[in-house]
Ligand binder design. Structure first.
Ligand SMILES: CC(C)=CCC/C(C)=C/CC/C(C)=C/COP(=O)(O)O
Length: 286
């Protein structure tokens, strides 16, 4: 039986994007169809028979590689262009699914407070306290209270913008959750208080977005003393960690949530409502 090498002396396990003609290797385009000036053995692979082309496309790369004689370019069957076209998307898919697998594995390992009888079940009450500290209701209620109690225009301006930021956060997180629809981890017990229907989805973590946005807001406008600033940083980090430890979220939900909350603060700054803007808005509506 002739070996593939004997049939195709120029090809020794080379890249599938290489074509051989006249004993010389040439690079073939991965994305563009071959033009008429291409060597006939390359054109032949495109084939006028769609059934054969489909069957070839559905073959696994391993099988294609294994059938040495059928891949020999000297036999008039050059390396398949489908390989080149499918290589990049499949690489991305492999990278994404590996990241997802690491995410799920890590999240499961870190979900040590998911229920009372989990390995760290005894710290679950502490984690739930952190959960409440990052919940939307205390933040909204606290902001409205401070707005009401504040007797300076500057204080009211800051509180009003924080309030707007919190509403913006709820809306944006709700939209992303509704679009992405990633289920919460299987080990999560859905015993959270006051949730919207989109909160059955986990991507992104609303607590993480709120913690990151409010953390930045506090550091920029309200908390100046160094020890308190450290506490703010710690609180943001712990809120994120507690989401994974409680089994509410995967690590990527929290990471993305932090990034989203960070960006949301930029949006708050861009849309900052000054007393003048506010007066203008109120004047227009009156
Ligand atoms: C006034 C008003 C509309 C308040 C709604 C506040 C509320 C129910 C926020 C939901 C907070 C929540 C449970 C978010 C879910 O956070 P994840 O970290 O689990 O995504």
């Amino acid at each position: 039986m002739p070996s593939p090498k004997a049939k195709n002396p120029g090809r020794s396990g080379g890249s599938p994007v290489l074509g051989s003609s006249n004993g010389r290797y040439e690079f073939m385009s991965l994305t563009k169809p071959l033009n008429r000036s291409s060597p006939p053995h390359l054109l032949q692979r495109q084939g006028s028979d769609p059934t054969t082309a489909r069957l070839r496309a559905s073959e696994s790369p391993t099988r294609r590689r294994g059938s040495g004689s059928s891949t020999g370019s000297a036999s008039g069957q050059g390396p398949p262009e489908e390989d080149g076209i499918r290589l990049n998307p499949s690489l991305i898919r492999v990278a994404l699914s590996s990241l997802l697998a690491i995410d799920l594995w890590l999240s499961k390992r870190l979900g040590v407070c998911a229920c009372e009888d989990s390995s760290w079940g005894s710290v679950r009450p502490l984690m739930k306290l952190l959960e409440i500290s990052g919940h939307g209701i205390p933040w909204l209620a606290g902001t409205v209270y401070c707005l009401y109690k504040s007797d300076s225009a500057a204080g009211q301006e800051v509180m009003l913008n924080l309030f707007m930021g919190l509403l913006l956060d709820l809306i944006l997180v709700g939209i992303v959750k509704a679009v992405v629809r990633r289920r919460r981890p299987a080990h999560n017990r859905m015993d959270m208080f006051a949730t919207f229907s989109v909160d059955r989805y986990s991507f992104p973590s609303g607590h993480a977005t709120r913690a990151a946005m409010c953390g930045r807001f506090l550091l920029a406008h309200l908390v100046l003393a160094a020890p308190l600033r450290v506490l703010v940083f710690l609180w943001v980090g712990l809120v994120g960690l507690s989401r994974v430890m409680l089994g509410r979220h995967n690590v990527t939900d929290v990471m993305f949530g932090f990034w989203m909350g960070y960006c949301q603060y930029n949006l708050v700054e861009m849309l900052w409502l000054s007393p003048q803007t506010l007066q203008g808005l109120l004047g227009q509506s009156a």
